[in-house]
Ligand binder design. Structure first.
Ligand code: SF4
Length: 331
């Protein structure tokens, strides 16, 4: 089997505040193969965005730092890569799109010029070649009449069109990996479905690998091949999407699935997970989910469960459900 494009092993990230060190992300491991779409799922504050910023080496260095582990991308450990090397990798080999494209597109520069500048800078294209390639990219992401719309400013685009333009910008240098951080959260349902379809098409046509950061398991169901669930800075479950969604092992994943809106759910009756996600300054002892978990036993308060492989590639960290499922599988 060929090596994954991205292999993150035991990544830990610390925050520094008032002389104190707080563990924000702890021993996170996951990998992404060429052409795979991985959903990185969890509530706000679970550490998913900070993990992906670390992989781009975009952590604010005064407050956050990688304290352990490695990030192998195409055989290179990005934790030890020089800043000059990272400048080349960001944009050219790893692209990123965000929830709010308006704040990442320059409001006073025409859309086409923003994409063209990236092509000139990273791929040394002539202005003429860059213009032709820009129009082709806008066409590929579904912007109608791309020749004319390339001269528009971001405010002349709708929210969905701005997200498409952001994707075109991220794809300009043909990256191998795209990190999409909640790319559809601000969009209405129809446009959301169009953007998710576009990401899957780009994977199919370009063999692009994608990490899709989301709190929405509906988005994972529509788009991803595999899923990693984060809670309070740790991975609590990961595996092939079909297995995780159909037969979740971790009580937190089960609760996230139960909280998804369904066609039959009546307004106001949507279940929610009781309690709040904890903050790094007050991580609970043992299993960090124990204060909110209806299956908790005494051991959960004192001992952090390790990830256990229950079925091929399907792993979970739970003192109760993982051993029970292992026993079922063995019976
Ligand atoms: Fe719940 Fe205990 Fe499993 Fe944590 S280890 S998810 S508290 S049962």
């Amino acid at each position: 089997m060929s090596a994954p494009l991205l292999d993150i092993r035991d990544l830990s990230i610390e925050a520094h505040k008032d002389g104190e060190r707080l563990g924000i992300v702890e021993r996170v491991s996951f990998s992404v193969a060429t052409g795979e779409i991985l959903g990185l799922v969890g509530e706000s504050g679970s550490g998913k965005t900070v993990t992906c910023r670390a992989l781009m080496r975009l952590l604010p260095t005064r407050s956050l730092r990688i304290s352990g582990g490695k990030i192998e991308f195409a055989g290179r450990n990005l934790v030890t890569a020089s800043e000059a090397e990272m400048r080349h990798i960001r944009g050219a080999r790893i692209g990123m799109i965000f929830q709010n494209p308006a704040s990442h597109l320059d409001p006073v520069m025409r859309i086409g010029r923003q994409i063209g500048e990236s092509l000139v800078l990273h791929l040394q294209m002539s202005p003429r070649e860059a213009k032709a390639q820009t129009i082709e990219l806008l066409r590929q992401v579904g912007i109608p009449d791309p020749q004319r719309r390339a001269d528009d400013f971001p405010h002349q685009f709708s929210g969905g069109m701005r997200q498409r333009a952001m994707i075109a910008l991220a794809l300009a240098c043909s990256p191998e990996l795209l990190i999409a951080d909640e790319p559809t959260t601000a969009l209405d349902v129809t446009v959301q479905a169009q953007i998710l379809r576009l990401l899957v098409e780009l994977r199919d046509k370009r063999g692009l690998s994608i990490i899709l950061i989301t709190h929405d398991l509906g988005v994972v169901a529509q788009t991803c091949d595999s899923v990693a669930v984060m809670y309070a800075g740790r991975i609590c479950e990961k595996g092939p999407k079909r297995d995780v969604l159909a037969e979740p092992l971790h009580p937190y994943t089960s609760r996230l699935i139960a909280c998804q809106p369904s066609a039959s759910a009546e307004a106001g009756l949507l279940p929610s997970i009781p309690g709040q996600p904890p903050s790094p300054s007050a991580w609970p002892s043992g299993c960090r989910f124990h204060p909110r978990c209806e299956r908790a036993i005494g051991l959960c308060r004192s001992s952090a469960p390790e990830l256990v492989t229950v079925r091929s590639n399907h792993v979970a960290a739970c003192h109760v459900t993982a051993p029970a499922r292992l026993a079922d599988e063995a019976a």
